[in-house]
Design a protein around this ligand. Structure first.
Ligand code: ATP
Ligand code: MG
Ligand code: MG
Length: 425
């Protein structure tokens, strides 16, 4: 895809935006872009540089993403709302065309990698709570303050806040800084001759760095250390579970929707499958699926096409096996309902459902202690309501007792400590 209209090929040490940003190392890629760790010579910080493919439709998509990221940044000057921060954007001309580039704050590994790193065993509930608090803070902000629907929430699109400074921890981050400060000009701009000098120096350093980095190709980006390979137990102790919502390529305004089919399959809400219209609560559904996955290590719904039925119908069947029968009015109310449901509200092709309610699933399959399972199921069940308007908002979820269990425990601890003191006194 490194051709006209496609990705921009980047060499380590390449300068961007008049020399302000220096490419350091590839962080990842998607359908639309490659993402690079870059050094910001103006602020002496590391940033993530997302370089979009150049063809018209990708440029359009980048402008769309920039619109939503800018809105999110403008309303959150303190950068405290758990949404990735857009720092800058610009155009970059290359052999494959003009590429829109987004400069984002540098974050760490995705929750998908965290789940994988943890060998799909599921995280401790207090870790899940910390993560949920961040996601909900982000969603509450997007929904209530901005009127924005993310519409592609999933573990891959939630990144941990990196606790590693790539400059200070070259072993774990697999790189040595390529440029401390461009000499002669602290702003990184300057005259042509200075630029040429810097570029020459960078190219030399880059060659050396490429060799070093390829030796460490398997090391991880930011937070988690090496890729999981051996069977040893992994501890998440000491890993900060703060995270942020990223990837606004599919975001939309609640009052200005354009796409009918939104969300990644496994995290897609029933009203999207049935095409009954949607709102903020589709993000809540995806959040519920994500929370379950964090606790168990398994996707909540992984629909598959089967003999005589499609992925959509399997998806609806899986939902009902977990959550009970879909109320008839909802089942028959969508533009696609007739494809899957008869007029009684029963699935046309999948007739026999095996009900397995959420709390039993957590206890029987995932071996959660009964009390913990029940509490978590009480938190999760309303979020997975078939009726979108009955789902709690992100704000309501933040206030739910389950979200505040740890503070309650702390209060208990404080209470018992005080009793101990009184006894001693
Ligand atoms: P998609 O096909 O998922 O829409 P995309 O081209 O829009 O892909 P992103 O999903 O935004 O690209 O980013 C691709 C990858 O780059 C991410 O999965 C992640 O690994 C990495 N990445 C993105 N943003 C950051 C960031 N701010 N900090 C660190 N890594 C990032
Ligand atoms: Mg993505
Ligand atoms: Mg995207």
């Amino acid at each position: 895809a490194y051709r006209k209209g496609g990705y921009h090929a980047v060499r380590i040490g390449d300068p961007f935006s008049g020399g302000r940003y220096i490419a350091q190392r590839k962080l990842g890629w998607g359908q639309f872009s490659t993402v690079w760790l870059a050094y910001d010579t103006r602020t002496s910080n590391y940033v993530a540089l997302k370089i979009q493919k150049s063809a018209q439709q990708f440029a359009q998509a980048a402008l769309h993403e920039i619109e939503f990221l800018s809105a999110a940044a403008d309303g959150d000057l303190a950068n405290a709302k758990c949404v990735v921060r857009l720092i800058d954007h610009f155009k970059h001309a290359g052999p494959n065309g003009q590429h829109l580039c987004m400069v984002l704050e540098f974050l760490g590994d995705s929750l998908l990698r965290l789940i994988r790193y943890n060998r799909y065993k599921g995280l401790k509930l207090d870790k899940v709570r910390e993560i949920c608090r961040c996601i909900l803070t982000g969603l509450d902000y997007l929904h209530r303050e901005l009127g924005m629907i993310h519409s592609d929430l999933k573990p891959e699109n939630i990144l941990l806040c990196s606790t590693i400074d790539p400059a200070k921890d070259p072993v774990r981050s697999g790189l040595t800084p390529l440029l401390e400060k461009p000499e002669g000009n602290a702003n990184g701009g300057g005259g042509v001759s200075t630029m040429n000098l810097i570029e020459k120096k960078l190219k030399r350093r880059a060659k050396r760095a490429v060799a070093k980095i390829s030796e460490r190709r398997s090391s991880m980006v930011g937070t988690l250390g090496e890729e999981a390979s051996s069977k040893t137990e992994r501890s998440l102790d000491g890993i900060d579970m703060r995270c942020k919502v990223v990837d606004f390529g599919n975001a939309c305004w609640a009052d200005k929707q354009f796409a009918e089919e939104i969300q990644t399959r496994q995290y897609r809400a029933p009203e999207v499958v049935l095409k009954s219209g949607y709102s903020f609560s589709v993000d809540m559904w995806s959040f519920g699926c994500t929370a379950f996955e964090l606790v168990t290590g398994d996707m909540l719904f992984a629909p598959k096409e089967g003999n005589g039925y499609g992925e959509d119908e399997d998806h609806l069947a899986l939902m009902m096996e977990l959550l009970g029968k879909m109320p008839r009015k909802i089942a028959i109310g969508g533009a696609r309902s007739k494809d899957y449901f008869d007029r009684h509200g029963d699935l046309k092709r999948i007739r026999r459902l095996k009900y397995w309610p959420l709390d039993r699933l957590l206890i029987d399959r995932y071996k959660l202690p009964e009390a913990e399972a029940k509490e978590f199921a009480e938190f999760l069940s309303p979020i997975l309501e078939f009726a979108p308007e009955k789902r709690p908002t992100a704000q309501q979820c933040l206030e739910h007792p389950w979200m505040n269990v740890s503070t309650q425990n702390n209060a208990d601890n404080v209470g018992s400590q005080m009793r101990n003191l009184q006894i001693k006194g």
